[in-house]
Design a binder for this molecule. Structure first.
Ligand SMILES: O=C(O)CCC(=O)C(=O)O
Ligand SMILES: [Fe+2]
Length: 338
């Protein structure tokens, strides 16, 4: 078992899901910045990383929404507390600063890493891992007593897909290989879409990425969806530097700090831009533990909520998150009018 795990894990630490380009051109500004922020030797200077707060007014525009509109109780803060920004230099890129309550964060974290890794396609399916790990990653991880094995199991889960499954080899969505898109996630995304006036958005396909300190995601653009609908990307756990480039890898890239709970929306011109994740940080802040107020959670499943409220149970998630980041990005795959 140890051998099989080790063998499967002998792969680049970068999540890479396509064919590699052969050479890095000198003009490839995205790659240069990627290398800079990824660097392990000399720690990168983070002064230029945009943290999407009031401190960065020169590069951000605040988007004001109706503070009296009604949103469902899905673990989100009161709408009058939401802060939303667009990036002046990247039209269409929007960041909703953590709109989740602490319990809301816990709820979706549990869904993403425990529930959705079960019964959905994931990167372990074609590996030689034991069936129990492939079928129920979370149970296998928490039940493992050997600390070395436990670490290996944790790092083995890199991605899971929901809804239409993406065929990474042929770079197409697979019509036959489709799972039910989780209803609670679709409802959550609809709230973000409606608040931002993307009223017809349909959640049809999602990728959940699991990163651990040291993991990266190479520069790519998400262009396999045939519609021009926005892409909603939610991050939980440890913070990351996210690089947002242009339509060519030669375009310069903007470094953005994504903290737990932040929702990044790629719409309009930014939808098909190159982007990457060069770095995950360990941070002291744990916004999923701030308070466990059940306000604004009445539309969430009570059994799931109780699981998040039970401290003994939650400590497993805390341990998972101590050096991990979870990102879920949700897409509309088909053009409804087409
Ligand atoms: O982890 C992130 O923030 C980005 C993920 C991403 O770009 C992707 O999965 O296509
Ligand atoms: Fe992407």
């Amino acid at each position: 078992m140890k051998q099989i795990l080790k063998k499967t894990l002998q792969q680049p630490i970068s999540i890479y899901r396509g064919s590699k380009s052969k050479q890095i051109k000198k003009s490839n500004k995205m790659m240069k910045k990627f290398k800079y922020y990824k660097s392990k030797g000399i720690l990168p200077n983070l002064d230029n990383v945009i943290d999407c707060s009031g401190n960065n007014k020169h590069v951000l525009n605040e988007i004001f929404i109706d503070p009296d509109q009604k949103i469902p109780n899905l673990g989100l803060k009161n709408i009058n507390e939401w802060k939303i920004y667009s990036l002046i230099e990247c039209p269409g890129l929007i960041v909703i600063k953590n709109p989740f309550t602490s319990l809301g964060q816990r709820y979706y974290i549990k869904k993403l890493v425990k529930d959705y890794t079960k019964n959905h396609p994931n990167n372990l399916l074609e590996s030689k891992f034991k069936q129990n790990i492939i079928k129920d990653f979370w149970a296998s991880w928490i039940e493992e007593v050997d600390q070395q094995q436990k670490r290996l199991i944790k790092k083995s889960m890199r991605w899971t897909t929901l809804g239409y499954h993406y065929d990474w080899t042929n770079k197409v969505y697979n019509e036959q290989n489709k799972n039910e898109f989780p209803e609670e996630l679709s409802k959550l995304i609809s709230v973000f879409a409606e608040v931002l006036n993307f009223n017809d958005f349909m959640s049809e396909a999602a990728i959940i990425n699991f990163y651990h300190i040291g993991n990266t995601l190479s520069a790519h653009s998400d262009h396999s969806e045939i519609c021009n609908a926005p892409l909603f990307s939610i991050s939980f756990g440890q913070p990351a530097v996210f690089l947002m480039g242009g339509t060519s890898k030669d375009d310069d890239a903007i470094p953005i700090l994504l903290n737990s709970g932040d929702v990044l929306v790629m719409s309009g011109n930014s939808r098909f831009n190159y982007h990457s994740v060069p770095r995950i940080f360990e941070s002291e802040s744990k916004p999923w533990n701030d308070d466990q107020n059940i306000n604004n959670c009445s539309r969430l499943n009570s059994d799931d909520l109780n699981e998040c409220l039970c401290q003994e149970n939650w400590s497993q998630f805390d341990s998972y998150l101590s050096d991990s980041r979870i990102n879920v990005n949700v897409r509309q795959y088909k053009n409804k009018t087409g």
